[in-house]
Design a protein around this ligand. Structure first.
Ligand code: ADP
Length: 232
C-alpha cells in the first residue's frame, strides 16, 4: 500500500519560498491505478519525483508497504528504489548500444550480474509485451511504440510494488498510444502493482481506475461527469 500523508514541497526563491505541494494526501492499494492530470506548473512532476523517492518532501510522509523511504540511509534508499519502484519515461531512456534484452535487464545490474532466473524473467516480460522476437535487436531498430514496450518490460523486471509513468504515450500516435496503454494496464493488473501516471492524454487518463488533478498544491478528484477537465 502507498500512503502519502500531508506532503508539502516548497522551493527556495530569493523572496519567499515557492509552495508547490501544500498537503497532498493519497492512499493506493495493490492493483490500483491513478492518473494525475492538470496544467503545466501545477506540481505533477514534483509529486512524481517525491513518489519515486528522487526528491524529499519539505514536510509530510510517504510510506510504501510500511516503509518510509526517506528514513533510510542513502544506500538503503537506492536499493529500495531499485527494488520497489519501476519508472517509465516519455523518452524511454533506453541504452542505444545495448540489446533489447540487456535494456530490460538494467534494473538487475545494480545487484551484480543478472542470474539465469532474472534473464528468464526479462525474456518472459518481453514475450508479454509482444517483443519476444526482438530481444537481440538494438533500440534504434525498433519503432517508438516498440521502444516504449521495452521500457514497460524494464520497469517491471524487479516486480516493483509501485510503477511511476511520466507521459508514457506522449510521443506516440493515437493507435500506438492505445496499444501501449492496454499493455501497461494488463501487466500492472497481472503483477498487482500500484500504477501512478502523469499525463496530458485524455485517453490514457481515462484508462486508469482513478483520475486526480493538482489544484493549489492539493490533489483533488476529477468529476467523472466532466471528462474534459482531464485534458489541459
Ligand atoms: P508540472 O509537472 O505540473 O508541470 P512541476 O512539478 O514541474 O509542474 O513544477 C511546479 C512548480 O515548481 C513550477 O512553478 C516550477 O517552476 C517549480 N519548480 C519545479 N522544480 C523546481 C526546482 N528544482 N527549483 C525551483 N522551482 C522548481
Amino acid at each position: 500500500m502507498l500512503i502519502v500523508d500531508s506532503v508539502c514541497k516548497s522551493y527556495p526563491t530569493p523572496t519567499e519560498p515557492l509552495e508547490v505541494l501544500r498537503g497532498v494526501c493519497l492512499e493506493l492499494r495493490a492493483g490500483d491505478s491513478l492518473a494525475i492530470v492538470g496544467p503545466s506548473g501545477s506540481g505533477k512532476s514534483t509529486l512524481l519525483q517525491i513518489l519515486g523517492t528522487l526528491d524529499e518532501p519539505t514536510s509530510g510522509t510517504v510510506t510504501l508497504e510500511g516503509t518510509d523511504p526517506f528514513s533510510l540511509s542513502p544506500s538503503a534508499l537506492a536499493r529500495f528504489r531499485n527494488r520497489e519502484i519501476g519508472f517509465i519515461f516519455q523518452d524511454h531512456h533506453l541504452l542505444p548500444q545495448a540489446s533489447v534484452l540487456e535494456n530490460v535487464l538494467i534494473p538487475a545490474l545494480a545487484t551484480g550480474r543478472p542470474t539465469a532466473e532474472t534473464i528468464a524473467r526479462a525474456t518472459e516480460l518481453l514475450e508479454r509485451v509482444g517483443l519476444a522476437e526482438r530481444s537481440t535487436h538494438l533500440p534504434g531498430q525498433l519503432s517508438g511504440g516498440e521502444r516504449e514496450r521495452v521500457a514497460v518490460a524494464r520497469a517491471l523486471l524487479n516486480r516493483p510494488r509501485l510503477i511511476l509513468a511520466d507521459e508514457p504515450t506522449g510521443n506516440l500516435d493515437r493507435r500506438t498510444a492505445v496499444a501501449i496503454t492496454e499493455t501497461l494496464l494488463r501487466l500492472q493488473q497481472e503483477e498487482q502493482a500500484i500504477l501512478v501516471t502523469v499525463t496530458h492524454s485524455h485517453t490514457l487518463a481515462h484508462a486508469m481506475a482513478g483520475q486526480k488533478t493538482l489544484v493549489d498544491g492539493l490533489l483533488v478528484d476529477i468529476d467523472q461527469d466532466t471528462p474534459d477537465k482531464a485534458t489541459t
